[in-house]
Design a binder for this molecule. Structure first.
Ligand SMILES: Nc1ncnc2c1ncn2[C@@H]1O[C@H](COP(=O)(O)OP(=O)(O)OP(=O)(O)O)[C@@H](O)[C@H]1O
Length: 261
């Protein structure tokens, strides 16, 4: 059950690149323990919003707070807030010259100052948590499948025991079975570790099977952030096309069939 404690509060945020305004007076709350799916048309600003929350994109106006801490502003404590985040970027962003084990151990050495052997011991635990076989620890990213790269990147995102996991299109490029398995892994991790998950996705199956709430980005703001039955009713052309088109209907039916069995 999702508690209603706010863990991330985005208030009145404006993001622009030159004359191009991506977000204007955008508000969004993320609740502790929820899996929030963030959707919207291409270019609606999903990745920019993620980057803004994790402190990589300073907004032109507005504020982002994590608990009581500001991510930007005079009293911001960036290293402290960033320790609370684990981020899985769109293309995995692993260092190609490092093995999986070295990739996952790196934040433990850099941020916590652990010795190499201690960091590698913990990294092996995270690699297991992400559902990778132990032997993959010694492989380089180039020799991994797309699904394994996502899991290795997930292991790295989990390295510092984050409270909030941010994922940018984690199932993009995976076959439906691999994508479904990754979704189930996220659900298991959320339940086992009490994580909060902020998930940018285009994947309707993900929305219907694991998300507690869905936020729709459109018209430079969050148009609606609610449970799927509420979001589906939103009278916006993009929402109507997306959720009530053939792909939306089939994802909903598939999720319903699983619930019924
Ligand atoms: N560093 C940047 N410099 C200039 N424009 C940018 C930059 N980053 C993003 N943008 C622009 O901001 C807009 C929103 O980009 P963003 O990547 O957040 O979209 P998105 O919703 O994640 O799209 P997609 O679903 O295609 O990944 C786009 O028009 C993009 O071109």
């Amino acid at each position: 059950m999702t508690s209603r404690e706010i863990i991330v509060e985005v208030k009145d945020v404006t993001n622009r690149f030159g004359n191009h305004i991506v977000h204007q007076a955008l508000d969004l709350n993320v609740y502790k323990g929820e899996i929030l799916g963030v959707v919207g048309g291409s270019g609606s600003g999903k990745s920019v919003l993620l980057r803004t929350i994790v402190g990589l994109q300073r907004p032109a106006a507005g504020s982002v707070q994590v608990g009581r801490l500001e991510v930007y502003g005079p009293s911001a404590n960036r290293p402290h807030t960033q320790r609370r985040f684990g981020v899985l970027f769109q293309r995995g962003a692993l260092f190609s010259s490092l093995t999986v084990l070295e990739n996952v151990a790196l934040p433990l050495i850099e941020h916590l100052g652990l010795s190499r052997s201690r960091a590698e011991h913990l990294a092996r635990l995270k690699i297991g948590l992400a559902g990778l076989p132990a032997k993959s620890a010694d492989q380089y990213p180039a020799s991994l499948s797309g699904g394994m790269i996502k899991r290795a990147a997930l292991a790295r995102a989990l390295a510092l025991d984050p409270e909030i996991l941010f994922l940018d299109e984690p199932t993009a490029g995976l076959d439906p079975i691999g994508a479904g398995a990754f979704d189930q892994l996220l659900l298991t991790l959320r339940d086992a570790l009490g994580l909060t998950v902020f998930l940018v996705t285009h994947d309707l199956d993900t929305l219907y099977t694991i998300c507690d709430r869905v936020a729709v980005l459109s018209q430079r703001k969050v148009l609606v952030a609610d449970t799927l039955p509420v979001v589906e009713q939103c009278n916006d052309p993009w929402v109507q096309d997306y959720f009530h088109g053939p792909r939306g209907r089939s994802a909903k039916n598939a999720a319903q069939a699983v619930t019924d069995t």
